[in-house]
Design a protein around this ligand. Structure first.
Ligand code: ATP
Ligand code: MG
Length: 570
């Protein structure tokens, strides 16, 4: 089957020598410079011809693998009435992330951030009996999220392309099967795309389980961190990392006040007392929906505000301000402790699992310039709720085997999730069961960041010269460069036509008045896997083949070059 030949002399392509001023990540810089995408507004991108082809290639791989597991493709609207999202509670929960708008009659709408609600309604309407299930539905569609900081180019857009799939089953075993199918399909997708990725647990707990996993692509530009155990293979998003600390037994002397003037910080306190920061208990005050709450962590630890917010959601978490202390003489700023009658009843106490029953601490004495030692958890104070809110560090214990964990940065490229009956309950999605009674459906939801995958691939494969696509994803198989003279251009076009006729996708740089140097630089920047140069040797029937990745070059006869390049598609 013949393949496309793109003549640059007739193409809209403007490459840039300099990085865009606002670009922070490699993919952002290179995709703009090589003319793949153009920024239209913050987090909103236009896909130019080369970019659209790469996006299309990723889309094709995703579609083929979804079809292979029996997924049925649909296309649901992106402009959605608010009612279904109100019914599930997400109209509120999404907060500022959701784009909301009104029509001319004042009707309220949102732009779909993800479509669980709408798919549930579709299936409720279309499937009546257990015989109509299981069903896997998917779409490849534009999503909208008003991201707080849309940086990093198309890695995090406010408009982006996602493949979202949903499975519907009557039994838990059916859901587990659908989940396993998606997991395997995602492995095939990311392998075909040539992405380096890890599967990590997205749910807390030592078990990890399979209720939700993320596919992460290790990358310096990543906004996610994940933990990995070098010894047992445990891997989880840091948000899902948990530790368990057994209670400690042993006697402790009674609480004793310490005169500690001028020690408003843990560092100053530890230095004055000559103890490690980890012997002290830090009590961070926050407001949770306006109520003051204290969060206890060992003094050498920081509270991860993101994790805290996540775990207390949908409640709003804020750091306390001076105003919160007005009318609260019981809260002595800088010297707060969880022990003692007044303070004890004055706030809820949340704590890191390391603040385990039986552990003894140096902490604020709830009096100015005073700390207390031998403050024992379970004896002198109680923890209301344990939360994993401390910033995770390399060397922290693996929840499975206790080995010190490693930390790395990554970008989330996919997410698979056993939702269970949450949405089926919200929409009363039942089918007639085998026993003649209504059976509540159980669901899974499965996402791939399609546009994000383009940027991640660029991120993982680029080198100093520019982009460097895997063949399956590249906008062409071969980039033919006509180095200069008219005769060379003629031969280049002829070679390009022959390759195209043989099913090899070609870009041919036949631009007149562009120097060979610029053409070579552009070819490297655009990143097609094979570069074929028609230059000085052309008069003797010779061309040069260059491997974009390794830089290896070879001069050979036109006919040999053609047979080599066409052999791949045969
Ligand atoms: P993130 O944590 O990066 O914000 P998420 O957990 O909100 O992502 P999901 O709701 O699981 O994302 O969406 C499924 C997939 O869509 C993600 O795995 C990711 O690849 C992609 N995705 C999510 N948000 C964006 C975005 N703003 N731009 C591009 N792709 C995105
Ligand atoms: Mg996710």
């Amino acid at each position: 089957m013949a393949a496309r030949v793109q003549r640059l002399s007739r193409s809209m392509l403007k490459t840039l020598r300099d990085d865009p001023a606002d670009a922070e990540t490699t993919s952002h810089k290179l995709l703009v410079r090589a003319g793949y995408v153009r920024r239209t507004a913050a987090g909103i991108w236009s896909w130019l011809p080369l970019g659209k082809q790469v996006l299309e290639n990723v889309t094709r791989v995703v579609r083929e693998e979804m079809d292979a597991i029996g997924g049925q493709e649909v296309l649901l609207p992106a402009l959605l009435p608010k009612e279904p999202y109100e019914q599930s509670g997400r109209y509120e929960e999404y907060g500022e992330l959701l784009f909301r708008l009104r029509d001319r009659k004042g009707g309220e709408y949102c732009l779909g951030p993800t479509h669980e609600e709408i798919f549930t309604q579709v299936v409720k309407d279309q499937c009546a009996s257990y015989k109509d299930l299981p069903v896997i539905l998917y779409q490849i569609q534009t999503k909208y999220r008003d991201e707080a900081r849309p940086r990093s180019g198309i890695l995090r857009g406010r408009e982006f392309v996602m493949k979202d799939a949903y499975s519907f089953d009557v039994s838990d075993a059916g859901l587990a099967d659908a989940y396993a199918l998606h997991r395997a399909a995602y492995q095939r997708i990311f392998e075909r795309l040539g992405l380096d990725y890890r599967i990590v647990s997205a749910v807390s707990g030592a078990m990890g389980g399979s209720a939700s996993e993320e596919f992460l692509a290790p990358a310096a530009a990543g906004e996610d961190t994940y933990v990995q155990c070098p010894s047992c293979g445990y891997a989880a998003n840091t948000e899902a990392y948990t530790i368990t600390v057994p209670p400690v037994s042993g006697d402790h002397p009674p609480v004793e006040d310490l005169d500690t003037p001028d020690t408003p910080t843990i560092e100053t306190l530890a230095a004055q007392l000559g103890v490690p920061a980890s012997a002290t208990l830090k009590n961070l005050l926050v407001t949770v929906d306006g109520e003051i709450v204290a969060v206890g962590v060992p003094g050498d630890r920081e509270v991860d505000m993101g994790k805290l917010s996540e775990q207390l959601a949908p409640a709003q978490v804020e750091l306390v301000t001076a105003e919160d202390f007005v009318d609260r003489p019981d809260l002595v700023r800088g010297y707060v402790g969880p022990q003692g009658g007044m303070a004890r009843t004055a706030f809820r106490y949340l704590a890191d699992p390391r603040v385990a029953p039986g552990t003894a601490w140096i902490t604020g004495a709830n009096k100015p310039d005073t700390h207390a030692r031998n403050v024992v958890c379970g004896r002198d104070f109680e923890v209301d709720t344990y939360l994993d809110v401390a910033v995770v560090r390399p060397g922290d214990p693996c929840p499975r085997c206790g080995t010190g964990i490693e930390l790395d940065r990554a970008i989330e490229i996919g997410h698979i999730f056993q939702l269970g009956r949450k949405y089926a309950d919200a929409f009363e999605l039942d089918v007639l069961g085998q026993d003649g009674k209504p059976a509540r459906v159980t669901m899974g939801s499965y996402g791939v960041g399609v546009s994000r995958a383009v940027a991640v691939l660029a991120e993982q494969t680029a080198d100093e010269q520019g982009l460097c696509w895997p063949r399956e994803i590249a906008p062409a198989d071969v980039h033919v460069v006509a180095a200069g003279k008219a005769a060379q251009t003629d031969l280049a076009l002829e070679v390009a036509e022959q390759l195209g006729a043989a099913g090899v996708r070609v870009i041919v740089d036949d631009r007149a008045g562009v120097s060979p140097g610029v053409k070579f630089t552009d070819a490297e920047l655009i990143g097609v896997p094979t570069i074929l140069v028609v230059g000085r040797g052309a008069k003797d029937g010779l061309v040069e083949l260059k491997d974009r990745r390794t830089g290896e070059r070879e001069e050979l006869a036109v006919a040999d070059a053609l047979s080599r390049l066409t052999a791949r598609t045969a």
